[in-house]
Design a protein around this ligand. Structure first.
Ligand SMILES: Nc1ncnc2c1ncn2[C@@H]1O[C@H](COP(=O)(O)OP(=O)(O)OP(=O)(O)O)[C@@H](O)[C@H]1O
Ligand SMILES: [Mg+2]
Length: 244
């Protein structure tokens, strides 16, 4: 289980995350939903310490992080436990698909090149791209690049996997292939930020609804989508239904 208590984050004096308390149970999928600017990306970036929260505590297995003072070695430990999939894939342009996966396995996780490549091919198989191992990102479609991004994030067997709008840069016809890969992921604690609400509804065990830096609701998808508790969530869902 991963537990976050009283996480606060401001940018230039403006509070962006108010007082986040969150328990993430092992191997559950959480859909993190909310209007633009509500703090979803910032929360994910705080969990993998791409942003440093101002205060709060995070417990991840044996590791206890006090956000107010994070020793450098703990920063590394957190990064080794958290996988992240970005909206714009964030692949290294000058590395092949396989190298994109093996790079951190070798440099951060200290696998030998041979071991890293064995794992790399395993995950290329999982995302259906073994035959593209030697391709550079510019030679791959957006959907293929994101599948490499997912393979890279899974390859080091992270404790938790964070997705920040993994399909929102994709042409509509490429969204499905990426969602299908996400659907295949088993036995992993995941937080998924997405505007694909139908997908979120199908795969999430729990919905977290954020607004203005706070988690306003946490409930199973059926409850959230059929009977949201707050007016803010009702408005959010109405807008979505009007849009489709
Ligand atoms: N590096 C930063 N410096 C200053 N303000 C920031 C920074 N990053 C985010 N913010 C602000 O924090 C708030 C939350 O932003 P965040 O990107 O977390 O929202 P979001 O819920 O992910 O929105 P979207 O759905 O549009 O991606 C916004 O008001 C944003 O302008
Ligand atoms: Mg965002």
């Amino acid at each position: 289980m991963i537990e976050i208590t009283h996480l606060k984050k401001s940018f230039q004096g403006q509070r962006v995350l108010e007082d986040i308390c969150l328990k993430l149970e092992k191997n559950k999928t959480y859909a993190l939903l909310g209007p633009s600017g509500s703090g979803k990306s910032t929360l994910l970036r705080c969990i993998n310490l791409l942003e440093t929260p101002d205060s709060g505590i995070m417990k991840m297995q044996d590791l206890v992080i006090d956000f107010a003072k994070i020793p450098k070695r703990d920063l590394q430990k957190v990064r080794k436990k958290v996988g992240m999939v970005f909206q714009n894939y964030n692949l290294f342009a000058n590395k092949t698909a396989l190298e994109n996966i093996t790079q951190s396995l070798i440099s951060v996780h200290k696998y030998s090149k041979a071991e890293a490549e064995k794992i790399g091919f395993e995950y290329l198989d999982m995302v259906g791209l073994r035959e593209r191992a030697g391709h550079y990102p510019s030679m791959l479609s957006g959907g293929q690049q994101q599948r490499i991004g997912i393979a890279r994030a899974l390859a080091f067997n992270p404790e938790i996997l964070l997705f920040d709008e993994p399909t929102s840069s994709l042409d509509p016809e490429l969204v499905e292939e990426v969602l299908n890969v996400i659907k295949m992921i088993k036995d992993k604690t995941m937080i998924l930020v997405t505007h694909e609400l139908n997908f979120a509804r199908k795969i999430a065990n729990e919905v977290l609804f954020m607004s203005e830096g706070k988690i306003l609701e946490q409930s199973p998808p059926e409850t959230f989508f059929n009977a949201p508790k707050t007016d803010r969530a009702k408005l959010f869902l109405e807008k979505f239904h009007r849009a489709i």
